[in-house]
Design a protein around this ligand. Structure first.
Ligand SMILES: [Zn+2]
Length: 202
């Protein structure tokens, strides 16, 4: 267990920095200096510390257990129809540029005797989004965690996102959406996938 696990609490913003955050803030100060900034000017004096806090907050998902999140509200239920949780907003950082990508996650699964609390799907998304990510991997990780925790008859995950590393640098037209999907089990049937896709855009 790292230092962060024991001392991290997002509500305590006046807490001293952890040793990990102190080290990060030193590096941020060096980056600002290398960019030609005056790190002693008023607006920037506390910036390295703020960035250190923000970065540890935005990567807190490394210290969360996705399977434990789903297991924390798992119920026996003899329901075998598609369960859909759509329009889950997320914010993540791409691992190539450490710039935001954000959008919506849509999840469907067909239970096989076990369901999870609907809010837990949102927490699961948060857990993976609060790590350095690529959209394709995050899509797969969400599907695999649901598969592993609930053993459903099938899972499908669709993510629609905008990537700031593409848009701010002008690589892509502003507002363009990247869509990824991953599925297993019953969703191998095109008809089942179509049912889900028609429901998420209705
Ligand atoms: Zn990127």
């Amino acid at each position: 267990m790292s230092q962060l696990d024991k001392t991290y609490d997002p509500s305590l913003n006046h807490q001293p920095l952890t040793p990990q955050q102190e080290a990060i803030s030193e590096h941020v100060r060096a980056i600002l200096d290398l960019l030609g900034e005056d790190v002693s000017r008023e607006g920037l004096v506390k910036t390295p510390r703020r960035v250190a806090r923000a970065m540890t907050e935005l990567t807190r998902g490394y210290h969360e257990d996705p399977i434990a999140i789903l297991n924390s509200a798992k119920f026996q239920e003899d329901y075998r129809q598609m369960v859909i949780v759509k329009d889950i907003n997320f914010y993540s950082l791409c691992e190539h540029h450490m710039l935001p990508f954000y959008g919506q996650v849509h999840v469907a699964y067909i239970p096989n005797g076990e369901v999870t609390g609907l809010s837990k799907i949102g927490r699961l998304v948060d857990c993976f989004a609060h790590r350095l990510q690529i959209q394709e991997r995050m899509t797969k990780q969400i599907r695999e965690a649901i598969q592993e925790a609930l053993h459903p008859l099938g899972v499908m995950v669709v993510i629609e996102a905008q990537h700031m590393c593409m848009q701010m640098r002008g690589v892509e037209k502003q507002g363009s959406i990247t869509t990824t999907s991953d599925f297993s089990g019953a969703f191998n049937q095109a008809k089942t996938r179509e049912e889900f896709l028609s429901l998420i855009h209705s």
